[in-house]
Design a protein around this ligand. Structure first.
Ligand SMILES: *[C@@H]1O[C@H](CO)[C@@H](O)[C@H](O)[C@H]1NC(C)=O
Ligand SMILES: *[C@@H]1O[C@H](CO)[C@@H](O)[C@H](O)[C@H]1NC(C)=O
Ligand SMILES: *[C@@H]1O[C@H](CO)[C@@H](O)[C@H](O)[C@H]1NC(C)=O
Length: 293
């Protein structure tokens, strides 16, 4: 525990980065995690997921593309994951011939580092732009760390501080709930409430372990939820995951190379986000409010 002077306490939500040991497991993007345990047999069952497989499976016709210039969608990147516009263009050249689409991310907010593209970053833009086809797309590129993990609060403060934002945000990142302090999660939750009040839709990958498992040395193992997917957990709902979509063996172009076998809720999250952006497109055309929370 830490102490702060009484005169300061009421002005502070938490003190971060000082009093905790780093999480016992290094946070890695779920896509990167998934590629590590690729068994040779896994890809044998099907030839992989491409945009046309998804569009067919979810009944997206040629007319199910965005038409409004003022609708937009976003994905957020963390942990020094960067995408390359050239990978996205090549991906659409290889896999985008059957639907109207964009080949460029329209806006990058934050520092887009140079060097190699990240698998997670490539996956997210390529697939949100395949279901949310022809919808203007932004990437929030978040540098730095919060206690060696994703600086979710800094990203949310940035959103809170911007007046014009995409309605849908896809985030394929999460941390074990027990690796974060309660005060920090509550502060992050307050920002989620603000985003909800503004009508934003934010999706988080649930993680690839179902309810998860935390090994307890002396005693029973317990569930291990992933935050922020676990935020507002609703006892009347389905718990985690709340929505499901295809998640196995996606094709991704990264550093100009098409790779099969990218799997996980990292993949399904931008796919669902793109669909919600299409629904917003239709709603806005009819003068209705976006889906929101
Ligand atoms: C793609 O979106 C733009 C607006 O951003 C729109 O003008 C164009 O008609 C759309 N393309 C198709 C095929 O609907
Ligand atoms: C909010 O936006 C203002 C104006 O662009 C900027 O000066 C300020 O640093 C921003 N604050 C945060 C927390 O991003
Ligand atoms: C472990 O689970 C069993 C069965 O639910 C229970 O009886 C026992 O008290 C638990 N042990 C601990 C240390 O929580």
């Amino acid at each position: 525990p830490y102490t702060v002077p009484a005169e300061l306490a009421e002005h502070l939500d938490f003190v971060g980065g000082l009093h905790r040991f780093p999480a016992e497991r290094t946070a890695v993007s779920r896509a990167a995690e998934a590629t590590k345990d690729v068994g040779a047999a896994r890809a044998m069952f099907h030839l992989g997921v491409t945009p046309s497989v998804l569009r067919q499976r979810y009944n997206l016709t040629a007319r199910d593309v965005g038409v409004l210039p003022n609708n937009s969608q976003a994905c957020a990147q963390f942990l020094e994951q960067y995408f390359h516009q050239a990978d996205l263009a090549e991906f659409m050249q290889l896999f985008g011939s059957s639907f109207a689409h964009r080949t460029q991310v329209d806006k990058v907010v934050g520092h887009q580092g140079h060097g190699k593209a990240g698998l997670e970053a490539s996956l997210d833009v390529e697939y949100i732009m395949s279901t949310g086809a022809n919808v203007s797309t932004w990437v929030f590129s978040n540098s730095g760390r919060h206690e060696s993990q994703e600086p979710f609060l800094a990203w949310l403060l940035l959103l809170s501080n911007m007046s014009a934002l995409p309605w849908v945000h896809s985030v394929s990142y999460g941390d074990d709930e027990d690796s974060l302090s309660l005060a920090y999660m509550e502060r992050v939750n307050a920002e989620f409430m603000k985003a909800a009040a503004r009508g934003l839709t934010i999706l988080f990958a649930s993680g690839d372990d179902g309810a998860g498992c935390r090994h307890v040395h002396s005693g029973n193992h317990t569930f291990r939820p992933s935050f922020p997917a676990s935020s507002y957990y609703n006892i009347g709902g389905r718990a985690s995951p709340y929505l499901a979509a295809l998640s196995d063996n996606y094709w991704v172009v990264t550093n100009r190379i098409p790779l099969p076998w990218v799997s996980g809720t990292s993949a399904s999250t931008p796919v669902v986000a793109g669909m919600l952006a299409l629904i917003n497109d239709r709603r806005l055309q009819r003068g209705l409010a976006p889906l929101g929370f």
